[in-house]
Design a protein around this ligand. Structure first.
Ligand SMILES: Nc1ncnc2c1ncn2[C@@H]1O[C@H](COP(=O)(O)OP(=O)(O)O)[C@@H](O)[C@H]1O
Ligand SMILES: CC(C)(COP(=O)(O)O)[C@@H](O)C(=O)NCCC(=O)O
Length: 326
């Protein structure tokens, strides 16, 4: 029986038919074994996003085991590469980057997870070069979104320049050096025209964004085009109940109103001048009309495609972990 025939609940349950093994956070924490904690409390504080309370204990409890698991995957991919080199009698072949995709809703805490993992992975004894790219840089500029009537669809599949994402990942996987990724500003709520992050043959690339596990309809003209996730060696979905993510989104918005929105350059500056109740109503509207809709229609349906699901409970702490069976 294929997993397609299973309900989402069956797929995510720990039952025999589930493609996942299911662990409590406490059991998952044991898999860190002797993995050393290479981050300090100050460094974790620096890496976390606004309203994300992740701390050193959470890194020890959850992310050290994730780091150890990823290390096993990277090592086995390197071993396979060596075997392939021998098989093809191609001694000059160079290993291309190992790509990790991180997906999940707006406000679920993907950025913090991605930044913590980047630092943990870079501190492995082999000191790999680790790069982090977020997909917001690949959003269409606001001017283009306005022209297409898509300003209320920011984050939906049609708001991204998918062709450029695929070109970027193809270049990385082809082993090209100095590949550019466009950048986004949450302050101006727009892509940063002409500003790029240059990636030069990393050992590992973390590619983070709400859309990274999405599949699109195939074109009718018979062309075959890859999905973003075809380039991934491993994928992680950050999960939580939508009521919790709603609370995190609104709380974050209310904190941004006291901080980033005060900056006159902020796209949301006008909301810093509103009463708390009026600002909360704006946040509720953005959540319900854009982000929740996108979560239900386009993000949550991609969860069963992930290799690892980190499921958060209240206070952003991971309470269970699902790992795809091999
Ligand atoms: N309007 C905003 N102004 C400033 N920073 C923001 C704004 N919205 C989101 N951010 C920051 O952008 C980052 C990405 O947020 P988001 O896309 O919601 O994903 P996640 O919460 O899963 O990391 C986070 O660090 C968040 O704090
Ligand atoms: C920029 C985002 C789509 C996130 O994009 P990602 O980094 O996941 O590609 C999101 O933060 C956003 O702006 N959503 C639109 C509705 C809102 O303002 O919350």
């Amino acid at each position: 029986m294929t997993t397609d025939g299973l309900s989402l609940a069956d797929q995510l349950s720990g039952g025999d038919l589930s493609p996942y093994r299911h662990f409590t956070a406490e059991r998952w924490a044991e898999f860190r074994a002797d993995t050393p904690l290479t981050l300090s409390a100050d460094e974790v504080e620096r890496l976390r996003s606004l309203n994300d309370p992740v701390d050193l204990e959470e890194v020890r409890r959850i992310y050290l085991s994730v780091s150890r698991l990823l290390s096993a995957h990277v090592e086995s991919s390197q071993a396979l590469f060596q075997q392939r080199k021998h098989f093809l009698n191609f001694p000059e072949a160079i290993k291309t980057p190992f790509i990790i995709g991180i997906a999940g809703s707006v406000a679920v805490g993907k950025s913090t997870t991605a930044r913590v993992l980047k630092e943990l992975l870079a501190r492995w004894p082999s000191s790999p070069k680790v790069a982090l790219v977020t997909t917001d840089g690949f959003l269409l500029p606001n001017a283009e979104l306005r022209k297409r009537g898509l300003m209320e669809r920011k984050g939906f599949p049609e708001s991204y320049d998918v062709a450029t994402i695929l070109k970027f990942l193809s270049a990385i996987k082809a082993g090209e050096g100095k590949v550019s990724a466009p950048l986004y500003s949450h302050l101006t709520y727009d892509v940063r025209q002409g500003e790029y992050l240059t990636i030069d043959r990393p050992d590992i690339l973390i590619f983070e964004g709400i859309n990274v596990l999405q599949v699109r309809d195939l074109p009718e003209d018979g062309r075959t085009i890859p999905f973003v996730s075809d380039f991934f060696d491993f994928s992680i979905y950050i999960d939580a109940d939508e009521t919790m993510i709603h609370d995190w989104y609104v709380q974050r918005f209310m904190r941004l109103r006291e901080t980033a929105f005060r900056n006159p350059q902020s796209f949301f500056h006008r909301y810093s001048q509103l009463s708390a109740d009026a600002a909360r109503a704006i946040a509720e509207g953005l959540w319900a009309n854009i982000n929740l809709k996108n979560l239900r229609e386009n993000i949550l349906p991609t969860r069963p495609r992930a290799d690892l699901i980190l499921r958060k409970g209240s206070n952003h702490l991971v309470e269970s972990v699902l790992l795809r069976k091999l």
